[in-house]
Design a protein around this ligand. Structure first.
Ligand code: GAL
Length: 382
């Protein structure tokens, strides 16, 4: 019997895919685990180290079990998992509900229960479960239900990260399968256009997020800066301003925060964005409420997101998707704060780490093109 939730806030971690594609090995895993522990990422909450597609051989063994690639993992997968656990992290792995994974490695279709037992025996804590090569005879909903059940039967608490890409109305049914997160979008790329279109695609689903099953907007590209060997993701690169906006959007919208850059060589500004505890606290807020969105009348390409927090505060983000700076104004009336209340809004800038003091009736700021401002606000006596 499970005593506590497998996950009670959006999971945070690092995944091989964005930067390393299928080119992973145990040295990469070990050095990344070291970097997670030594650069402050683990302390900031990033706990899962996740292998994506490409960790196994292309065929199952004669016993029907998955075989970790011995060239990539010469010490064996268990030893690699032990190393990760020894650094205080949790270990994640990847499979697929179809007959193959998207990279044509073996999928778990009709091997769900034995694969889940194998993952549990290795000490796996997280399973990313993809959606490629599905037989036409069984629905995706059934296949996610099936793996959720197989993991529950495995004897180990394993987080199920459904990678469903947002098709088939996934927002409506995924929570009832038992999955803990669900990918709701196409694959992210290291470009501003990709960040913007993924964020836009989830604006109509802002309330689909809630504790126990989180809307996964795909891994972060923060800090990739055009690097990596993934021909699908490693494109172009973004400015630090754009990476900051990406991180703030994912944080406010309650997405899992799964890093995709090479953290062993990340810059100080990448580290600063990824470890901003005030922004992370908004993402990890125990109430896990969705945001609402307010338009800004003066700048049609800018908008405001508001998220009520567990301690009575509000997280407020100003975002500008336009190329030019935007004047963004928030009348507090739009939050529900009337003049008759006599109350003020105490504001703190979570990016500058600065108290702005109590504000009356409205707050306005100029937000650079593709930029953002993030505030934590509370009601104060006038
Ligand atoms: C895609 C998935 C990516 C990555 C890739 C691996 O379907 O969305 O995040 O896991 O498969 O082949």
């Amino acid at each position: 019997m499970r005593k506590e939730y497998v996950v009670s806030t959006p999971p945070m971690g690092w995944n091989t895919w964005n930067t390393f594609y299928t080119e992973m090995n145990e040295d990469l895993v070990r050095s990344t685990a070291d970097a997670m522990a030594e650069t402050g990422l683990l302390d900031a909450g990033y706990r899962y180290l996740i292998l994506d597609d490409g960790w196994s051989l292309r065929e199952r063994g004669a016993d029907g079990l998955l075989v970790p690639d011995p060239e990539k993992f010469p010490s064996g997968l268990s030893a690699t998992v032990d190393y990760v656990h020894g650094r205080g992290l949790k270990f994640g792995i990847y499979s697929c509900c179809g007959v193959h994974t998207c990279g044509r490695f073996p999928g778990s279709f009709e091997h769900e229960f034995s694969d889940a037992r194998q993952f549990a025996a290795w000490g796996v804590d997280y399973l990313k479960y993809d959606n490629c090569y599905r037989p036409g005879t069984v629905s995706g909903e059934m296949l996610y239900r099936r793996m959720a059940m197989a993991l529950r039967a495995s004897g180990r608490d394993i987080l199920l990260a459904a990678c469903q890409w947002g098709t088939e109305d996934v927002h409506r049914w995924i929570r009832s399968t038992g999955a803990h997160t669900f990918r709701s979008t196409v694959d992210i790329q290291d470009t501003w256009r990709s960040i913007e279109s993924i964020a836009q695609s989830q604006m109509e689903h802002l309330s689909a997020n809630a504790p126990g099953c989180y809307n996964d907007m795909d891994m972060l590209v923060v800090g990739m800066a055009g690097g990596g060997c993934n021909p699908e993701a490693s494109l172009g690169g973004c400015t630090d301003e754009e990476y900051q906006t990406h991180f703030a959007l994912w944080a406010m919208m309650g997405s899992p925060l799964i890093i995709g850059c090479d953290i062993r060589s990340m810059t100080e500004s990448t580290r600063g964005i990824l470890t901003n505890r005030e922004v992370i606290a908004i993402n990890q807020d125990p109430d896990g409420r969705g945001c609402y969105r307010l338009p800004t009348y003066a700048s049609p390409e800018a908008f405001i997101l508001v998220k009520p927090l567990a301690n009575g505060d509000y997280a407020i983000g100003f975002f500008n998707f336009g190329d030019a700076p935007a004047h963004v104004e928030l009348p507090f009336w739009d939050l529900g704060l009337t003049r008759e209340s006599g109350l003020l809004l105490r504001m703190r800038d979570c990016l500058a780490h600065e108290d702005l003091g109590p504000k009356k009736e409205y707050f306005a700021a100029v937000v650079p093109g593709h930029g953002c401002r993030v505030f934590r606000c509370g009601l104060a006596e006038g």
